[in-house]
Design a protein around this ligand. Structure first.
Ligand SMILES: NC(=O)c1ccc[n+]([C@@H]2O[C@H](COP(=O)([O-])OP(=O)(O)OC[C@H]3O[C@@H](n4cnc5c(N)ncnc54)[C@H](OP(=O)(O)O)[C@@H]3O)[C@@H](O)[C@H]2O)c1
Length: 255
């Protein structure tokens, strides 16, 4: 099965790295970016075929991931000629609707799916939200399954979850960065602040993953009456930090 990836940017390179790191099996990867040096973002470049043009990519792909910026999608769709009929497009572009994709395709009989995922698909551990008018066929399922866990959702839900699934790593990094700022304020020097905060984040993620506890259960295990954690959380509650985060997510998802 030939899989093409158009755009070796932030997400495109993660998709490629995710697909090359899993057992490639029957998948042959073709990739293209208008910037020739974009291939340097691919960790195992010898496992992909870098083609020389969009047209060559489309000819060689049975399944095409479109990983260009939302405003760049239209011109890509216009270039999919009749030769692409019967093949599959998977668009990763945020906010570009299935209807928009359909209306801008000239070739007939193309299966269209939208996905929403994040840079973590590079480690085969990201949520992969999929929306499409047709049921997910087994080939697409096999390819997407190599990037993470598939959730078939309707399009409105995919749009609404973009702030969690797509933006999630940025939101979590924003929070972690505030912990780094605190470390610096109390006088921690050099890279230690970032290193310590990273270790806290990774060990928390490991604890949640391997002990299968909920966030509430973890908080309960860490807080003691009169202790420092409780005082910090109480102060955050007084400032409605959680409510403000939820408000920002709601506002963000409505543009
Ligand atoms: N980044 C994320 O975390 C994330 C998460 C979820 C979804 N997404 C979606 O994924 C898509 C890509 O985002 P990104 O952050 O990866 O963008 P990006 O870093 O700008 O990558 C897009 C790449 O595609 C190239 N490109 C554009 N048009 C092309 C064409 N016609 N032929 C060949 N190459 C072309 C771009 O080149 P130029 O820079 O020269 O234009 C760029 O190198 C977006 O639609 C976004 O909504 C991203």
């Amino acid at each position: 099965m030939n899989v093409g990836i158009l755009g070796i940017g932030n997400l495109g390179s993660s998709i490629i790295n995710g697909l090359t790191q899993s057992d490639a099996g029957k998948i042959k990867l073709f990739v293209y970016d208008k910037n020739g040096n974009a291939i340097s973002k691919v960790k195992e470049a010898d496992r992909v075929n870098m083609v020389k043009s969009e047209e060559e990519l489309y000819q060689n792909s049975d399944i095409l991931f479109v990983a260009v910026k939302p405003l760049q999608v239209k011109s890509v769709l216009h270039k999919l000629s009749a030769g692409f009929a019967g093949k599959t497009v998977i668009s990763a572009a945020a906010g570009v609707s299935l209807d928009f994709i359909k209306n801008n395709l000239t070739a007939p009989n193309i299966k269209i799916y939208r996905i929403m995922t994040n840079l973590g698909c590079e480690f085969n551990s990201a949520p992969i939200l999929v929306a499409g008018d047709e049921p997910l066929d087994s080939t697409v399922q096999e390819v997407l399954g190599r990037l993470g866990k598939i959730y078939q959702v309707n399009e409105p839900l995919l749009n609404a979850l973009t702030t969690i699934v797509g933006s999630g790593p940025a939101l979590i990094s924003y929070f972690l960065d505030s912990l780094v700022q605190y470390c610096k304020i109390i006088g921690l020097e050099g890279d230690s602040s970032r290193e310590i905060v990273n270790m806290v984040a990774l060990s928390t993620s490991d604890y949640l993953k391997y002990n299968r506890v909920t966030y509430e259960e973890l908080i309960e295990k860490i807080t003691t009456p009169g202790g420092v954690t409780l005082r910090v959380l109480h102060n955050m509650d007084k400032m409605s930090v959680k409510g403000r985060i939820v408000d920002s997510l709601i506002k963000g998802s409505h543009n």
